[in-house]
Ligand binder design. Structure first.
Ligand SMILES: Nc1nc2c(ncn2[C@@H]2O[C@H](COP(=O)(O)OP(=O)(O)OP(=O)(O)O)[C@@H](O)[C@H]2O)c(=O)[nH]1
Ligand SMILES: [Mg+2]
Length: 242
């Protein structure tokens, strides 16, 4: 059997991504031999997991974690991180299934981690980054959230709610992942905040984010509320393992 390189793992949580799943897996694996993909599916009613499972039998670079129901983005990533660490991956990434994050930008994030960054954030709000075809409302929410976070915390990250990220495995091994409590945008903030308070350095690589073209959005106001209150709460948490 061919040796499977345990170098890079791209985690993609999915809920009803049947229109995107095949294309996004192909686009990730195309980045190189050392790229692997882990789908964390929450029993999508549209059968997303079945498409993935058609491939896992033949392709050793595709993995799947199936959960019983929609348990949220945050816990999906935590499950994925634990899997990636256990399987010995060196660089563990977060990415959406909906092509908002350009798979061709993956190597630029990995490269930054290979040359010293503990975390590299694909950033919309750093010089050279940007957003394509978002409504004024989404732009306002997202940019407002980033200002809010930076006002209330010392987090030196221009795009704290970003979800396109490369972690060095040492970061995920050091954070007590069982203390990460939030599920939506707050989860993204919380991971960066935890890493920062534990002394890890976070770099930003400019990316152009684009709105999903296919499938439906899972954004809602409770996620925004969680983020607003969550930022206040996380300042009291010690994220180290005891
Ligand atoms: N496993 C799992 N994946 C989820 C869940 N909610 C969202 N996702 C996935 O997480 C990623 C980001 O979710 P999106 O729906 O794109 O959220 P968003 O980017 O804020 O909103 P839009 O792009 O406007 O739809 C996508 O790959 C979703 O399929 C969930 O509860 N469980
Ligand atoms: Mg999206």
């Amino acid at each position: 059997m061919k040796h499977n390189s345990r170098n890079i793992l791209v985690i993609i949580p999915t809920y009803n991504e049947i229109e995107n799943i095949q294309k996004i897996i192909d686009a990730v694996l195309q980045q190189g031999e050392d790229y692997n993909v882990l789908i964390v599916d929450d029993n999508s009613p549209d059968g997303t997991a079945d498409v993935v499972k058609n491939h896992t039998q033949f392709n050793q670079r595709i993995f799947i974690l199936e959960r019983e129901g929609k348990l949220g983005l945050g816990t999906a990533y935590i499950a994925g991180f634990k899997y990636g660490i256990k399987q010995g991956f060196e660089y563990i990434l977060e990415m959406d299934a909906d092509f908002s994050h350009d798979p061709n930008a993956l190597p630029s994030l990995v490269k930054r981690c290979q040359s010293g960054a503990d975390i590299c954030v694909g950033s919309r709000y750093t010089k050279g980054g940007g957003i394509k075809n978002w409504s004024k409302y989404r732009l306002f929410l997202s940019f407002g959230a980033s200002l809010y976070v930076r006002m209330l915390t010392s987090l030196p990250v221009k795009d704290p709610t970003a979800g396109f990220i490369c972690y060095n495995r040492r970061v995920l091994q050091t954070i007590d992942l069982d203390k990460i409590k939030f599920i939506g945008y707050a989860f993204q903030i919380e991971m960066k905040y935890a890493a920062h308070t534990l002394g890890f350095n976070i770099e930003e690589e400019p990316i152009i984010f684009k709105d999903r073209e296919e499938g439906t959005s899972k954004m809602n106001t409770s996620i925004v509320k969680e983020a607003m209150l969550g930022v206040l709460k996380m300042r009291k948490v010690n994220y180290s393992k005891k």
